[in-house]
Design a protein around this ligand. Structure first.
Ligand SMILES: *Cc1c(COP(=O)(O)O)cnc(C)c1O
Length: 341
């Protein structure tokens, strides 16, 4: 069985991380003359906390994980890239992922020159653990499972994921970008302590409505988090983002209200769409979007653009033939979409 150390690229294992001024001295001082910062324009003249300790304290309380089990990134896109760079030796190791799924896993694999193996879901968008395992070989170090999955919208079965966690000895990444829109109890964060090779990704971009300020979360046990901290840019998360997220975290009720509204609109839009003659199927969704199979998806997509309404044309994606992916907006926006359709 491979250990985390076995799975880590040798150059990363041996890497001595950059020591920034804020790492060397910790605590409160009267005068800071250690980082070549300007003394003007406070507080933004100072480098931000490289480990975002204040923000992690709040996230730790909210998510019921230890602060040491959290890595914060510039969106989820940063941890996705870091995971591939830490655990995949270019041109030697490979990644196995469900498909169709989020495009960034394969884009980062291409950037990093890592073979990317897609294992297609079945026609009900279910994952089969045996098929995932069959796609692996001794050079497969990372698996990506997106749940709820984008663009299919569904939660991936617990029993199948459990099999991978229990029977496979590589890094299993579960991307939970849409978890707040799924039924309670769907998240894998609760079992983080039991699986040393599990990484759960979440983000402030969707339910928390902060895509513009770029903040994503990776949750894993300390050995993996320490590797990610070692490889990331020291000051990856700017001060404005840290402050803004911290403030929004104090308004949890507002976020929960937004989520409730989005879910009720999702079900209303789904019911309305199913009544339309050009719609053949609306897939069940645990996310903030609907995958809709319709006649002439491409033509509909173009006609909606003429009306000033942009949806995502997924009709060229295998298993999503004839489908548009439609994000749930405000009630007024959704009514306009339904009218236009
Ligand atoms: C939107 C989305 C993300 C979020 O990415 P950020 O970089 O955090 O904005 C992550 N994963 C999936 C599957 C997504 O659809």
């Amino acid at each position: 069985m491979r250990t985390i150390e076995d799975l880590t690229r040798k150059n990363i294992r041996d890497l001595a991380p950059y020591k920034c001024a804020r790492d060397e001295f910790q605590g409160e001082a009267r005068i800071y003359l250690d980082a070549n910062e300007s003394p003007f324009n406070a507080p933004y003249d100072r480098y931000p906390d490289p480990l975002q300790k204040d923000l992690k304290k709040k996230i730790s309380a909210l998510k019921k994980v230890r602060e040491s089990q959290i890595m914060l990134g510039v969106g989820s896109d940063e941890p996705i890239d870091l995971i591939e760079r830490i655990f995949c030796e270019p041109r030697i190791d490979n990644i196995v992922s469900i498909a169709p799924s989020y495009g960034m896993y394969s884009v980062e694999a291409s950037v990093n020159d890592i073979e990317f193996r897609e294992v297609f879901l079945d026609e009900n968008f279910a994952m089969n653990a045996d098929k995932m395992l069959a796609a692996t070989d001794s050079h497969t170090t990372v698996m990506f499972i997106c749940s709820p999955n984008n663009p299919t919208g569904n939660i991936i079965e617990k029993t199948e994921i459990l099999r991978l966690l229990n029977e496979w000895d590589g890094i299993v990444v579960i991307d939970e970008a849409y978890i707040d829109f799924a039924p309670e109890g769907s998240s894998w964060l609760t079992v983080l302590d039991q699986y040393e090779k599990l990484i759960v990704l979440q983000t402030f971009s969707k339910a928390w409505a902060m895509a513009g300020i770029r903040c994503g979360m990776a949750f894993a046990n300390e050995p993996i988090i320490q590797l990610m901290n070692k490889v990331k840019y020291p000051y990856n998360m700017n001060q404005l983002t840290q402050e803004y997220v911290s403030r929004q975290l104090d308004k949890k009720e507002e976020k929960e209200e937004w989520v409730k509204l989005t879910i009720s609109e999702r079900e209303r839009v789904k019911t309305e769409l199913m009544k339309q003659s050009n719609v053949s199927f609306v897939y069940p969704s645990d996310a903030n979007f609907l995958l809709v199979k319709m006649d002439d998806a491409k033509g509909t997509y173009l006609r909606l653009i003429d009306e000033g309404i942009i949806v995502r044309n997924r009709s060229n994606v295998r298993l999503c033939e004839g489908c548009l992916r439609i994000t749930i907006g405000t009630k007024e926006e959704n009514d306009e979409l339904l009218k236009a359709l």
